[in-house]
Design a protein around this ligand. Structure first.
Ligand SMILES: [Zn+2]
Length: 331
């Protein structure tokens, strides 16, 4: 309670804002996934990546009022030595390509004049299936099997929710290293072993191509989040090249314009990017890449491995995190 009251006081006093100015500015890139009117729906499948629409609206109103909303194109221009953005600037990003990004988040962003970038996992858009973490989580939480035997011979008991989630994490560490057909085979086999049904969400899972196209007709940008959502640092060079380039090509065809922005999928394993993936992304024509490493983006940063900030679940929480980050902290 005291902590929260103190934070409120500090935010209202403007002391943090002054500290941020002295620390030299920069851009905060926020990382969202899903925004739902009712976050409890489907949360078993998606886990902790859902924001409620009222909280998201409150956070966007805060950004529109207290910060300068900028696009990823603006961030790139800033890093290349173009125009100063004015402190403190905030860019809004979404990973994966959930249908709620279009149906719930976009109207709020448009109303407030905030440009965002939507990084889509191309295979998920085309097949209208969730990226693998949601599918795997669902299989572990709903399967009828009493235990699961991993490839290394370890047997995981599936008695309660906590045990199931621990087994899911072990399986995720394996699945994150796979892409394309190998990943699909792993998912199918694991679902079979667990005696689970495929995910049937209460709402349509992913955006359609029409919806993705309509994002770029407005103020928003679309970037690649790979084809099949692997951990890029764990793939062979051939696999990483295919994930980077196929997703870029498919998106460019669908949107009728070049795609230069990339987002590294959320890691079940660290690291989730490497110097060689950064080099490869540059060779293949990407100009920015965002990671899930925390912190601010500052002048001189490599545009192909940018930091982002995870938004908290409250409006005051994100206000604090942003001001604290602009002062040089890592929230
Ligand atoms: Zn993702």
């Amino acid at each position: 309670m005291v902590k929260s009251a103190l934070k409120k006081l500090l935010l209202a006093s403007g002391v943090l804002r002054l500290g941020g100015k002295l620390a030299g500015g920069g851009v905060a890139i926020l990382m969202y996934h899903s925004v739902r009117e009712d976050p409890s729906v489907d949360c078993d499948v998606l886990g902790g990546i859902i924001h409620s629409a009222p909280v998201f609206r409150g956070q966007m109103e805060l950004i529109a009022r207290h910060f300068k909303p900028v696009s990823l194109d603006d961030v790139l221009d800033y890093l290349r030595g173009g125009k100063e953005l004015g402190t403190p600037s905030v860019a809004v990003t979404f990973d994966d390509g959930y249908a709620d990004n279009y149906l719930v988040a976009k109207p709020i962003l448009d109303q407030l004049g905030i440009p965002a970038i939507f990084y889509v996992a191309v295979d998920s858009i085309e097949s209208q299936t969730l990226p693998w973490p949601g599918q795997l989580r669902h299989a572990f939480l709903t399967g009828r099997a009493a235990s699961w035997t991993a490839a290394d011979g370890n047997v995981w008991r599936l008695d309660g929710r906590a045990e199931r989630l621990r087994a899911f994490e072990a399986a995720s560490a394996r699945c994150a290293k796979l892409c394309g057909k190998a990943q699909k085979t792993f998912l199918d086999r694991t679902r079979e072993d667990l005696r689970a049904e495929p995910v049937a969400l209460k709402e349509r899972p992913m955006m359609t191509w029409d919806e993705v196209r309509s994002l770029v007709r407005g103020e928003h940008l679309v970037g690649s989040h790979t084809m099949t959502h692997p951990n890029m640092a764990q793939l062979s060079e051939t696999e990483a090249r295919a994930e980077f380039s196929e997703s870029k090509e498919r998106l460019s065809q669908q949107l009728g314009k070049p795609v230069v922005h990339f987002s590294y999928p959320c890691p079940a394993l660290q690291p989730h990017w490497a110097d060689r993936t950064v080099d490869l992304s540059r060779q293949l024509g990407y100009e920015t890449g965002v990671t899930t490493d925390g912190g601010l983006v500052r002048k001189g940063d490599n545009s192909l491995r940018l930091h982002r900030i995870r938004p908290t679940r409250t409006v005051q929480g994100i206000h604090w995190n942003l001001e604290y980050t602009f002062m040089g902290g890592i929230a």
